[in-house]
Design a protein around this ligand. Sequence first.
Ligand code: S3P
Length: 168
Amino acid sequence: MVYDNIVLIGFMGSGKTSVGKTLSRLLYKDFVDIDSVIEKEQGSSINEIFHNKGEAYFRELEQKCIDEVSKRKGQIIATGGGLPIFSKIPPKSLIVYINADFDVILERLPQREKEKRPLLQDEDRARELFVKRIGKYEDLATFSVDANQKIPVFIHVIVDYVLDQRVL
Ligand code: S3P
């Protein structure tokens, strides 16, 4: 299999964006963050989109955005935590699951980062969402990495795996 792009999936706050930026430097590939592209295109934050247009509208934007971004090849693409649940990831993507436990995520996410995420405001509901979603992340993953430690500890595991694959 020759992959077009590397797509990072995982729950909110698991570190997809930070991992993506580091990977892009190490592998000399462009980095694209789907949430940031959407915010830029809409001229509004994720919170504002959820609040003013609703979640269903945001999910449509996610599908359009990943389809559009995936027309280019050789990129590292970070997705929002709900994208793999509601959208179809283009077939020639090498999907890496950034697999961190819920409590680890909560503990290491700064307050200002929690505030940016509408679905993380109620801890009990977020925990339920986590339990509901992990099966789907596991099913979709080409490769899953234990992300419960700091990025420098596990990043080389992803790099080694990717270097063994054929990614354009
Ligand atoms: C969401 C995750 C967020 C963002 C939005 C919805 C989700 O991205 O897309 O708040 O449904 O899990 P992160 O995974 O980067 O937090």
